[in-house]
Design a protein around this ligand. Structure first.
Ligand code: MLT
Length: 316
């Protein structure tokens, strides 16, 4: 039986080094088979996951040799961190390493929505030359509303300002006098004010019990007519049916969605609308970010398994 179980697609030089030193079971599909996962964990000392493996209290209880749970990414919503703490298991993760990749995707989404690049590309590739059909808008002079002003929100703000956007933000946890607010020239507002003022609303909150369906009919209806909505955080933060309605009846002019309520989602729905861009949860997937993420968690797994101390831990 393997000492380290890797239940999703995680690779790179740091993973190769770990595999050379330890007995590693690497099965990218294992997260889908709960019974097989449970059995693989009976003797395992470490598990490395992304966001698809549900590391539940039940799974943890059955993994009596487990010393460390490593989350190759920032969100811990798929790990029962309290059960891990109760069983003396270290939880390590990569809270900063992919922030820039996510922020750059959000900027890419805004540019693509403003200039309708995906539809212009498909149309031109089909042999057309419809210049008049693809008159877009500029980001400069528009207001970006960030919901969540942590690491990723701040990186988005910095970049959006360089495009000449005015940036407003809502963050439940950030004090108004936090130096970063002034430093980035951002105005902190109430949630509803951000919704009412922004031409683009970009969501950057973690999935917590009180952020589930944070965006539903009421919130979309509060947004400016013709505004666009972006989500690169977690799918469950958005009531997709409500977003679909707000886009279909034209209240919102566009949306770009990297994360879904169910992943992978059923065909159709949001993905079938012409004014919606969809991507398959690739916010963190830049080569550079993945190198940083995998290196961080592999280093911590090695540290725990060799009697050392993990550097990037989460305390429940
Ligand atoms: C994260 O939480 O870091 C991202 O969603 C990336 C991922 O889950 O792989």
């Amino acid at each position: 039986m393997a000492e380290i179980v890797v239940s999703e697609a995680i690779s790179g030089p740091a993973m190769d080094a770990l595999t050379a030193e330890f007995d590693v079971l690497c099965d990218p599909q294992l997260w889908q088979d709960e019974a097989a996962l449970r059995s693989a964990l009976v003797d395992a000392r470490a598990i490395i996951v992304r966001n698809q493996t549900q590391v539940s209290a039940e799974l943890i209880e059955g993994a009596r040799q487990l010393e460390v749970i490593a989350r190759a990414g920032a969100g811990l919503d798929n790990i029962d961190t309290e059960a891990a703490a109760a069983n003396g298991i270290v939880v390590t993760y990569a809270p900063r390493e992919n922030s820039l990749a996510v922020a750059e995707l959000a900027l890419g989404f805004m540019l693509n929505l403003a200039r309708n690049i995906p539809n212009a590309h498909v149309d031109t590739r089909a042999g057309n030359w419809n210049r008049g059909q693809f008159v877009g808008t500029e980001l400069s002079g528009k207001t970006l509303g960030l919901v969540g002003f942590g690491r990723i929100g701040q990186l988005v703000a910095e970049r959006a300002s360089a495009f000449g956007m005015r940036v407003v933000a809502y963050d439940k946890f950030l004090p108004e006098d936090a130096p970063v607010v002034k430093q980035l020239g951002v105005k902190l507002l109430e949630f509803s004010d951000v919704l009412q003022q922004a031409d683009y609303v970009s969501c950057h909150v973690p999935l917590l019990p009180d952020t589930r369906h944070l965006f539903s009919s009421q919130e979309f209806r509060q947004m400016k007519p013709g505004a666009c909505f972006l989500n690169t955080s977690r799918g469950e933060v958005v009531d997709e049916a409500a977003l679909y309605d707000a886009l279909l009846d034209g209240h919102l002019s566009g949306a770009a969605i990297d994360v879904r309520e169910a992943e992978p989602p059923r065909p159709g729905g949001l993905a079938a609308l012409d004014n919606v861009l969809v991507t398959p949860h690739i916010g963190a997937f830049s080569r550079e970010a993945q190198l940083r993420v995998v290196e961080m968690v592999c280093k911590d797994v090695r540290a725990v398994l060799t009697g050392g101390e993990a550097q990037s831990t989460f305390q429940a």
